[in-house]
Design a protein around this ligand. Structure first.
Ligand code: ADQ
Length: 417
């Protein structure tokens, strides 16, 4: 059988309200992750590692840093007609902004018509995982379904955040029912505390997708959403299949991280996913070079650890430290430091995530906190030690006690508190 022509579409226009303040002036897929990456690098690396070279990224909300990242990092070879193209929502049909994800694809139907693929792979841009989409495409073709939804088990308490899949009792490869973000759902027969969640990744027969999008666009009673409207359309017609993510095989993966998948849509899940990276035996292994996660190479010099004032040792343990970091007599533990962070003498960084250019003054303490780019913490100040004090200073603190500082947010001198 001749190989199928595949076009991949990355949905990267989501607003990411629940990740505020990290999404205050950047799209969710552009949020920095794991020291050197942006969230979208996971979806794009997975697609490129799956062998796909025709990739369009649909952007919309605050897409400046996302567009820049894609054009600087992800340009493939025009000579070989390989591309990763970022397509802004400005090329739109009609006058509406912020319609659902199906409308985003509908607005760009010309891209499908130009590329003439047999198969369209549609993926979200805000998850951390490794996935070989070609395995899913092969399963889709073999099943004869017109639409296939990737699925992973999740705890029952999270049903209201995901599309919930009910498989067919007779043919478990088929979807019998699909409900987008129901308030509650029954558990699985073999795991009453879990349900089968859509990962927001889909494979379609190209013609069937185009037809479904055109029909959806004509309707006034839908939200024009992939999960809420397009998937149910195929389910109702008995044409939707399910791809079980536990089948995903990745070269060089451990059994532990082969099926790792995290939706990092909230501050707590974003923080937890960072903590998954740093234990000696990481839950998710960034160092699997057989399925690399690509990103823009930094021009910063290597990280450096030196003694500081009074001969104090500069150290990092159970941590990821990016290039350009200088730890001068401070200690870093259980943390992820992005490029060009400075940690001065006697400062302590514990269980925290610090983005590019943060400056931690002498003797300052950062505990269970996320600091967006360029936050300056004055000498002797603390962040994340006292939730009440943090809130009084205008810092965001999650229910589980993670303090989050926005890009460049001012941290007062200790005596000003
Ligand atoms: P959500 O992520 O909540 O659920 P949605 O907000 O539509 O759904 O976002 C899906 C993807 O599309 C995201 O990557 C987002 O950035 C992007 N997106 C949203 N609107 C867009 C637009 N107008 N233009 C371009 N991109 C846009 C979805 C599914 C659920 C599934 C979860 C898994 O709807 O069924 O369980 O993903 O996380």
């Amino acid at each position: 059988m001749a190989p199928k022509r595949v076009l991949a579409i990355v949905l990267a226009g989501g607003e990411g309200k629940r990740l505020m303040p990290l999404t205050a002036d950047r799209a969710k897929p552009a949020v920095p992750f794991a020291g050197s990456y942006r969230l979208i690098d996971f979806a794009l690396s997975n697609l490129v590692n799956s062998g796909y070279r025709h990739i369009v990224v649909l952007t919309q909300y605050k897409s400046h840093s996302l567009d820049r990242h894609i054009s600087e990092t992800w340009r493939l070879s025009t000579l070989l007609q390989n591309y990763v193209a970022s397509v802004p929502a400005q090329q739109r049909v009609g006058k509406s902004w912020f319609l659902g994800s199906a409308n985003a694809i509908y607005q760009s139907l010309n891209l499908i018509q130009d590329d003439q693929p047999d198969i369209v792979v549609v993926v979200g841009a805000d998850h951390v995982y490794r996935m070989d989409f070609d395995q899913m495409v092969q399963a889709h073709i073999a099943s004869g379904a017109k639409a296939t939804v990737a699925a992973v088990r999740q705890p029952l308490s999270m049903a209201n955040q995901f599309g919930v899949i009910e498989t067919d009792a007779v043919d478990p490869g088929k979807i019998a029912a699909f409900v987008e973000k129901p308030p509650t759902t029954p558990g699985l027969p073999d795991a009453p505390d879990q349900f089968l969640a859509s990962m927001g990744n889909y494979v379609f027969d190209s013609d069937a997708l185009v037809e479904a999008l055109k029909r959806d666009a004509e309707r006034l009673d839908t939200k024009h959403d992939m999960g809420g409207d397009i998937v149910p359309y195929f389910v109702e017609r008995g044409e939707a299949g399910v791809y079980d993510f536990t089948q995903n095989e990745i070269l060089g993966s451990t059994e532990r991280d082969r099926t790792y998948w995290r939706d990092v849509g909230t501050i707590d899940s974003f923080y937890d996913a960072h903590m998954d990276l740093i234990s000696p035996l990481p839950v998710f292994n960034l160092y699997n070079s057989k399925w690399p996660i690509y990103t823009r190479q930094s021009v910063s010099p290597p990280a450096k650890f030196v003694r500081g004032v009074g001969g104090r040792v500069g150290s990092a343990l159970d941590s990821i430290v990016s290039s350009g970091v200088v730890v001068t007599g401070g200690s870093v533990e259980g943390s992820v430091l992005s490029h060009d962070v400075r940690v001065n003498a006697g400062a302590r960084i514990l269980d925290s995530v610090l983005m590019d250019g943060c400056l931690i003054g002498e003797g300052a303490v950062i505990n269970r906190a996320i600091l967006d780019k360029n936050v300056v913490v004055p000498a002797g100040a603390t962040v994340g030690l006292d939730a009440k004090l943090d809130k009084a200073r205008g810092f965001q603190v999650t229910d589980s006690g993670i303090t989050v500082l926005a890009k460049g947010q001012h941290v007062p001198e200790p005596e000003d508190d």
